[in-house]
Design a protein around this ligand. Structure first.
Ligand code: ATP
Ligand code: MG
Length: 366
């Protein structure tokens, strides 16, 4: 008799703007690879962001957060738009996203930056430098200077206005992000570069000490350290030297944006936010793109690749993840391009058609 197949619950948060378009396409891909790999997925679609504000008056309804907490993983489209830009803080779509991250306690943000051979011309760097780049930034997301206290405004002894912030990291916060980074490096090419400013900042000195102490638990991972100023430079000088980068909240904020520009194509970039045990949150790095929303123009591949990260890092279904990744490459190889990545000699398609072509590629490889 066939063994009972595994079954996963996935919360879908389409959100605003192009969110619903790209989520619907990614949902089909998840369904298809699940049936090929022999596991079940059940989707629960919930309101979030501006869509939730309009429907029930809050950007993250309790039912939405509860669904995300109970499920095995959450896939988010995008949130926000001009319509809500003037809202008060607690009524902004973006506040809902912060509440969701906090509610799920996802302290590790994973952002790959991969220069696909098919899209090397989109890179902001010279072809020789960009070709073959395949790196992952693991950013600490819930600590550091963005949250540290004391913070605020005051006056100094000369009566001058001052603004001040504090970078605080507790040992356990560094330990847990470093573990995720070592595990991530292990699933990739086994190289981890920890980025800090340990020559100047105490929080960085502790960071380096704890990351270094963990290395003996991961003998298969090669650990190196780099100061953040040098890392910013090395990322544009020779990004191929990096596999996995782990860094704190503020440095990660800056370096992950820098790394994404190496690829040059915002419509292609996925992300994952992971906690210690609970379900992860997976989303494309682009926003709701209100300028092209509802026109079937959005590139769904960032969301497809986020779905692949969901399978790999969220559910441990690596083969299914690889099927989506391979199909995305195959679809690009067959010449299909949405407007954001289009260039002469390729077939310009919309969001839906791009999605259908990826499904065909998944099918053709089984
Ligand atoms: P955020 O909402 O995070 O602040 P943003 O407003 O800075 O993001 P986006 O909404 O990501 O930026 O859009 C920036 C530009 O990129 C827009 O012109 C948008 O149309 C384009 N863009 C973003 N995502 C996609 C996509 N998936 N496909 C095609 N174009 C996209
Ligand atoms: Mg925006």
């Amino acid at each position: 008799a066939a063994s009972p197949s595994k079954s996963y619950n996935i919360t879908l948060l389409p959100g605003d703007g192009i969110g619903p378009e790209v989520i619907s396409v990614a949902k089909n891909a998840l369904q298809l690879v699940a049936s090929i790999e022999g596991f079940k997925v059940a989707f629960e679609e919930m309101p979030m962001g501006g869509a939730a504000l309009d429907a029930v008056g809050v950007p993250l309804p309790d039912e939405t957060l509860n669904s995300a907490k109970k499920s095995d993983a959450t896939l988010l489209g995008a949130i926000g738009g001009y319509k809500w830009d003037k809202n008060e803080k607690h009524l902004k779509p973006e506040t809902g996203l912060l509440q969701l991250r906090e509610g799920l306690q996802v302290f590790a943000n994973l952002r790959p930056a991969t220069v696909l051979p098919q899209l090397v011309d989109a890179s902001t760097l010279k072809k020789e430098v960009a070709e073959g780049v395949d790196l992952m930034v693991v950013r600490e997301l819930t600590g550091g200077i963005y949250f540290g206290k004391p913070r605020g405004f005051s006056t100094n002894e000369n009566g001058q206005e001052i603004g001040f912030n504090t970078e605080v990291y507790a040992a356990y916060e560094i330990d847990r992000i470093a573990r995720i980074a070592f595990e991530t490096a292990r699933k990739r090419r086994g190289k981890l570069c920890s980025v800090d400013k340990a020559n100047v900042l105490e929080a960085s000195m502790l960071w380096r000490k704890i990351v270094t102490a963990l290395a003996s638990e991961y003998p298969d991972v090669e650990l190196s350290h780099m100061y953040v100023d040098n890392a910013a430079m090395q990322l544009v000088r020779n990004p191929k030297q990096f596999d996995t980068i782990v860094t704190n909240n503020i440095f990660g904020d800056i370096l992950s944006d820098e790394a994404s520009m190496i690829t040059g194509s915002i419509g292609m970039l996925p992300s994952a936010s992971l906690g210690a045990a609970g379900p992860g949150l997976f989303e494309p790095i682009h926003g709701s793109a209100p300028d092209i929303a509802g026109q079937d123009k959005a590139n769904p591949l960032a969301t497809m690749l986020s779905a692949a990260m969901l399978l790999k890092y969220g559910l441990g279904e690596e083969k299914a993840a690889q099927r989506i990744e391979a199909a995305v490459l195959d679809t690009l190889n067959r010449g299909f391009r949405t407007g954001d990545i289009h260039s002469a000699g390729h077939k310009l398609v919309g969001c839906k058609e791009m999605g259908e072509e990826v499904l065909k590629s998944i099918d053709s490889k089984t």
